[in-house]
Ligand binder design. Structure first.
Ligand SMILES: [Fe+2]
Length: 247
């Protein structure tokens, strides 16, 4: 894993800040009435660090995150190997890139940039139940990888995809709202996911783990989750079936 990377905040140019501001303001408005209470509450708490008008400082976001749930951030160049990713989550660390997309990439980028990694992923980590799920997910991922349970690891990756990236979560009133970072950080994905809100599938762990996904086309299936604590307990129950002695 790349060591010691840090954000070089002074090197951002005005177009980076302008792109950030456009992304933030457009999406903040777009999410009204569509994003889960959990996400909006946490995003609101981060207004001083996950700034709307300037590319945010990783250190400031980390401070706020750490005070809330004890998590820290790690700067990475981009996508990292799955083992490294699981290990970070198991150590209560989330990774973020620090590069900001170009102005012509406002609507679509192939690889997640800082807007996706921070605006999409960090706010829910200020919620204790979400953070506890992510931490346990990482611990289980590390254990299953070490023991060579590759099929189970694939199941975990699908779980991540359909919950953390593209999941819906029910609000306390029972209404399905968007939660996943892949939706949160994309204007087009939000519009698309929201248009599918009446065709959501009820989350079932075994079903999600058997549902493949594609990263190169817009989502066709979305699952709605009732409760994050319940999800963590179900994941623990699922994990209990594995023999970890043959690594
Ligand atoms: Fe992501």
């Amino acid at each position: 894993m790349a060591q010691g990377l840090s954000q070089q905040w002074e090197t951002y140019e005005s177009h980076h800040h302008q792109t950030w501001e456009k992304l933030y303001s457009r999406q903040r408005k777009n999410l009204k009435g569509k994003a889960s209470d959990l996400f909006l509450t946490c995003l609101g708490k981060m207004q001083d660090s996950l700034t709307s008008n300037l590319v945010p400082r990783v250190d400031a976001m980390e401070e706020e995150l750490h005070a809330a749930t004890g998590w820290r951030l790690k700067v990475v160049p981009g996508l990292i190997p799955v083992q490294d990713f699981f290990e970070l989550l198991a150590a209560k660390r989330f990774c973020t890139s620090t590069w900001v997309r170009q102005p012509h990439q406002l609507d679509y980028i192939e690889e997640p940039d800082m807007f996706h990694d921070t605006f999409g992923h960090i706010p829910p980590l200020l919620n204790r139940d979400f953070a506890a799920f992510m931490n346990r997910f990482g611990e289980i991922g590390v254990a299953l990888l070490r023991a060579g349970h590759d099929d189970a690891v694939l199941g975990l990756q699908r779980l991540y995809w359909y919950v953390v990236e593209f999941g819906f979560l029910k609000n306390p009133e029972g209404e399905a709202k968007v939660l996943g970072a892949g939706i949160m950080s994309s204007f087009g994905e939000t519009e698309h996911a929201w248009s599918r809100r009446f065709t959501l599938k009820q989350f079932e762990l075994s079903r999600v783990m058997e549902t493949s996904f594609r990263t190169d086309e817009i989502q066709q299936e979305y699952f709605v989750l009732n409760d994050l604590v319940q999800l963590r307990l179900e994941l623990n129950g699922w994990f209990d079936q594995f023999d970890l002695s043959h690594g």
